[in-house]
Design a protein around this ligand. Structure first.
Ligand code: FAD
Length: 680
């Protein structure tokens, strides 16, 4: 058997999930394969003994490697190591990143530099997948091409080595190189997918509902009908069908409460173990007629002092009860939905394990509610598996098309772009009836969602969120709320309406921010940019700053600016009175923009316009006064616009061209004075 090692560095679990999938595929493809986290270097594996490795590594913060990969990187970055330290190693590398951040795929790119500098040789081109566009555009073809590349390598070990030349950058200063703005962000568009899309035309998705008011048939039961398929006569190449290796059996053991038994399954980025938060108060911060509803939750937690402004709490959410119920009914699992079950790996399956996020003893209802992401977009391996559980030949063929190599574009258009989940699939394909084990094996973990801590010093911690709402237009999908914000909203609604005053318990993980914290020295100028709920950590910053100012008399205090933006002053100006109260010595300048209230030309519409209005001061703060800039909130548009705006302002104020302005901005990044806490 050919020996292969899969190594991962993962922050949120995504890289780990892909690495696990590669491991499974490798077993299926007959390799002798091991799977390890990079943090276990020297303990569970020895890199000097590995000859062929597949790395999957994600990115965190602004281009940093995940925490569990850092020690590995540090060890291999030692100057004392010889240039041929890893010359025995052949590797393939898949990086995960997000082009919304200024340094795209910084973690995996750093890992690759280290490997190359120590003489490791690449046997498959490196893939850099972009969460900002669509991970799968890169991940899927990269995985498909991995196996032929490995086969070629193992069948002729002297075959094509892709990077048989020393790395040009090897002597470059890591930090400055790392911090350079990645101008040519590799958005990971895959050419074969693009070409395919040109060949396939006129494929449309149509989702219909049976009746408007019946929840079981309205919101969930819809059919996806192919109007026309250009693939109907095409011979399809299907991905491999992986055997099912999980088996359930009835348990006689006493089942502990879910909060307790999930302690064993940590959230990879948590800074502590799972704990309970007791919601004491909830209030709506926006007016009834605001476009988005914003809710503030105040919660009692153990070890209050470990939640600092800039940190976040991760809320363990639950899938909507009606969707869980529908799923149970549709799969005919009602009778055993509340029975205690256990899971084991079938005897034939070697080196497989039970998913770590499924408790030892569970019920189907609990697992569908709290452990599995039943809204996750269905991936091709699951579609391939569903083919085997579909009896109608027409539906079978459609599922085959969707997971086939030829149907890449169709999959993108109909499944990914419409966020089609397992629920949508089995609602549309009436003869498709997978077993519980199929879902347990294929559905990903229901991830906790993070929320920035929005206060400092008071007894309870608070956090603020917009209730995410997906209206049914234009994607034809039914009205849905975001999983976590919908869950939290329904939990606290009685509290908001004063019908219930009893505290409500939720399950949370504390998570530490990498570097998003007030500078230690009060003299350091700060600029905070946080429209919408992006203002939350800054409320905490300002409360903390007020306390620092009060406790240190006659101290030199640097300026603090805050840029806030919302739609309407009267409807969604979050924390208005509190923000205005900081102007009394804590906040030097509060700049607010209302995008829908703008009446005159000179009034700012967005935070970028406010920055432009103060361009002279802002560029001085950025380049001369060495201020620390903090940006929080929307990653898709706002964070990019703010970055581009600042580069533009540098060009204007220092009279240089855009390239030179970018260069100046990358120095600010290298000095770690531009910090982002952004999300999509
Ligand atoms: P989800 O159910 O996860 O849905 C959101 C995503 O699902 C969308 O972005 C979209 O990609 C996809 N999606 C699914 N179905 C559809 C569809 N039909 N149409 C369109 N898109 C669809 N948020 C805050 O409000 N306040 C905060 O303070 C805050 N702090 C954060 C701090 C950090 C460090 C991070 C990483 C995130 C933070 N967030 C914050 C974001 C928050 O964690 C959640 O992502 C957000 O609340 C949405 O969660 P949800 O479960 O309600 O939505």
């Amino acid at each position: 058997k050919q020996k292969l090692t899969v190594l991962y560095g993962s922050q949120t679990g995504q890289a780990e999930e892909i690495a696990t999938q590669i491991h499974e595929d490798a077993v299926f493809n007959g390799y002798d394969v091991d799977l390890h986290c990079l943090k276990d270097a020297g303990k569970k594996f020895d890199i000097s003994q590995i000859t062929c490795a597949v790395f999957v590594c994600s990115t965190t913060g602004d281009g940093d490697p995940p925490e569990n990969a850092r020690k590995f990187l540090r060890t291999l970055s030692r100057k004392t190591l010889s240039k041929d330290h890893l010359s025995h190693l052949k590797y393939a590398l898949l990086g995960l990143g997000d082009s919304n951040y200024s340094t795209f795929c910084g973690g995996p790119k750093k890992l690759e530099r280290v490997l190359i500098n120590l003489g490791a040789k690449q046997i498959h081109h490196s893939g850099f997948a972009d969460d900002g566009t669509d991970m799968e555009l890169v991940v899927e073809p990269w995985l498909e091409e991995l196996w032929p590349a490995l086969k070629k390598y193992f069948s002729n070990q002297d075959c094509e080595i892709l990077n048989d030349k020393p790395e040009e950058n090897s002597t470059k200063d890591e930090n400055s190189d790392f911090a350079k703005l990645d101008k040519n962000v590799d958005c990971g568009q895959n050419k074969s997918v693009e070409n395919l899309s040109k060949e396939i035309k006129n494929i449309e998705i149509m989702v219909t509902y049976k009746s408007k008011n019946d929840i079981n048939t309205t919101t969930l039961q819809k059919s996806i009908l192919l109007q026309e398929s250009s693939l109907s006569l095409v011979e399809l190449t299907l991905p491999p069908l992986f055997p099912l290796y999980l088996e359930t059996f009835a348990s006689n053991e006493v089942r502990p409460a879910i909060q307790h038994y999930q302690n064993d399954c940590p959230f990879p980025i948590a800074s502590g173990s799972r704990t309970s938060g007791l919601i004491r108060k909830a209030s709506v911060l926006t007016r009834e007629d605001a476009v988005k509803r914003t809710i503030e939750i105040c919660m009692e937690v153990e070890n209050r002092e470990q939640y600092m402004p800039g940190d976040a709490i991760a809320v363990c959410c639950k899938n909507p009860a009606q969707e869980v119920e529908w799923l149970i009914n549709r799969l005919d699992l009602n009778e055993k939905a509340d029975e205690s079950l256990q899971l084991k790996v079938s005897v034939e399956a070697k080196k497989k394990s039970v998913p770590s996020f499924i408790p030892n003893i569970f019920t189907i209802r609990e697992v569908f509610t709290s452990c599995l992401d039943i809204r996750a977009v269905v991936k091709k391996p699951l579609l391939r598996c569903l083919v085997e559980f579909t009896s109608d030949p027409g539906e079978k063929r459609q599922l085959e098309e969707l997971c086939s190599r030829q149907g890449g574009d169709e999959y993108m258009k109909r499944i990914r772009e419409n966020f089609i989940s397992i629920i949508d699939i089995i609602a549309a394909f009436q003869s498709c009836k997978p077993t519980l084990e199929v879902l347990l094996q294929h559905l990903p973990r229901l991830q906790p969602r993070r929320y920035s801590v929005a206060n400092y010093g008071s007894e309870f911690i608070s956090f603020v969120f917009n209730v995410v709402h997906f209206p049914n237009e234009p994607s034809h999908l039914p009205d849905r709320k975001g999983i976590c914000t919908g869950y939290l909203e329904s939990l606290v609604e009685p509290m908001i309406k004063q019908k219930q005053v009893d505290p409500i318990s939720i399950s949370i993980f504390p998570t530490k921010s990498n570097d998003f914290a007030l500078p230690g020295n009060l003299k350091t100028p700060i600029v905070m940019i946080g429209p919408g709920t992006g203002v939350s950590p800054f409320i905490g910053f300002l409360q903390q700053r007020r306390e620092q100012i009060h406790s240190r008399t006659a101290c030199n205090i640097g300026p603090a600016w805050l840029f806030f933006g919302c739609r309407h002053k009267e409807r969604d100006f979050l924390f208005q009175s509190e923000l205005e109260s900081f102007i009394d010595g804590v906040l030097t300048k509060l700049c607010v923009a209302f995008s829908r209230d703008k009446v005159t030309e000179n009034e700012p519409k967005y935070v970028q316009d406010s920055l432009t209005l103060h361009k002279n001061d802002i560029v001085k703060l950025l380049l001369e006064d060495k201020a620390v800039f903090f940006v929080c909130g929307d990653a898709r548009n706002m964070a990019k616009d703010v970055r581009n705006c600042l580069i533009n302002l540098i060009a204007i104020e220092t009279n240089c061209d855009e390239d030179a302005a970018r260069e100046k901005f990358s120095v600010v990044l290298a000095e770690k004075r531009y910090k982002e806490d952004i999300w999509t």
